[in-house]
Write a protein that binds this ligand. Structure first.
Ligand SMILES: Nc1nc2c(ncn2[C@@H]2O[C@H](COP(=O)(O)OP(=O)(O)O)[C@@H](O)[C@H]2O)c(=O)[nH]1
Ligand SMILES: [Mg+2]
Length: 315
């Protein structure tokens, strides 16, 4: 397929077109072709409440990585419609220093109300970045709901961004953010209360139920003044090293594969059930027979499961 070949050659227009197809759900065969070329990118998740400075941080972090001649794909996911239009515009402005640079490709995704499939679409778009040959894929999400946590689940290193505001650390804990964090940034450290928050977070981490062997660091940053950016990059690199040494890198990726296979199977089964039931006169006939007790409800369900994907003409 020409589009796939062009993408593999590093053509950004082809990449953009493939992403659009993924978003429009016309892409199973494309993805299947791209799959062989994936697995080389390193996935970094940046998550946290709206306004914490995630986009500003992404802009700074990615600029540093570009200085090191890396290729980076950025995905900004915003499921909080109806305001997403505004938030995404904000992301554009915050990341404007990147817009014209060579080694970077930015894509924003919003859902305008429906959350269905967002997590899966995000993972597929990341796959296209991966096949394109990105060294890093940076995914910005708002860390508030299950969808975002699910997206964070595909990242090798998850960075949680918080700000020194009263209650923010408690909220983060409630939302499950402290459990998924590999690194915590207390951004806007130019504001009052940053030091107190670092202490508070350290205390909370002591209380966590599941102790991890990676003792993850809490770093104070001021994204707007470029403070703490180099340190963040070097901690991400240390985490990457740790994952590789400990075997967690491989284990996490295998876990992800398992999860994705399950999700794909579920999607197919749901589709075949819909195909089978929707507008089927035969299905009505079957219902009629069960109603008259000529057929057994449970046996039919078993039988259909066995034949899923086949034909159901015999009823
Ligand atoms: N004072 C201060 N403001 C910041 C800092 N980092 C980001 N901001 C500002 O916070 C606002 C929200 O930033 P943004 O990156 O869009 O947050 P996001 O919603 O988490 O992506 C913007 O006006 C930024 O300029 C910081 O370290 N200190
Ligand atoms: Mg943002």
């Amino acid at each position: 397929m020409k589009l796939v070949k062009d993408l593999l050659k590093g053509n950004k227009v082809a990449l953009a077109r493939i992403i659009t197809k993924i978003e429009n759900n016309e892409s199973i065969s494309l993805l299947s072709k791209l799959f062989a070329y994936t697995g080389k990118s390193y996935y970094i998740g940046i998550t946290g409440p709206p306004g914490a400075g995630k986009s500003t941080l992404v802009d700074r972090l990615v600029n540093r990585l570009l200085d090191k001649k890396k290729k980076i794909g950025i995905l900004a996911v915003d499921p909080t419609s109806p305001f997403s239009g505004g938030a995404l515009l904000g992301d554009r402005i915050r990341m404007s220093s990147l817009a014209t640079k060579q080694g970077v490709f930015i894509r924003s995704m919003a859902t305008r109300g429906s959350l269905g499939g967002l997590a899966e679409t995000t993972k597929d778009v990341a796959l296209a970045f991966d096949a394109f040959g990105m060294d890093y894929i940076v995914i910005e999400t708002i860390g508030v709901g299950q969808v975002e946590l699910d997206i964070a689940g595909i990242c090798d290193t998850t960075v949680v961004v918080l700000v020194p505001e009263s209650g923010d650390s408690i909220q983060a804990m409630k939302a499950g953010l402290l459990e998924i964090a590999d690194i915590i940034l207390v951004n806007k450290a130019d504001r009052e209360g940053a030091e107190r928050m670092v202490t508070e977070l350290k205390f909370m981490l002591e209380l966590r139920a599941v102790k991890k062997t990676w003792e993850y660091p809490i770093i104070s940053t001021i994204a707007t003044q470029d403070k703490g950016i180099d340190e963040t990059i070097s901690i991400i690199e240390s985490h990457k090293e740790y994952l590789k040494q400990s075997g967690d890198f491989e284990a996490k990726r295998k876990e992800r594969i398992k999860f994705r296979i399950r999700a794909l199977i579920e999607k197919r089964i749901r589709a075949s059930i819909e195909k089978m039931t929707l507008g089927e006169k035969e299905f009505d006939k079957l219902v009629e027979k069960v109603y008259k007790k000529e057929l057994n409800l449970y046996e039919i369900a078993d039988d259909i499961m066995k034949n899923l994907g086949g034909r159901y003409g015999r009823y």
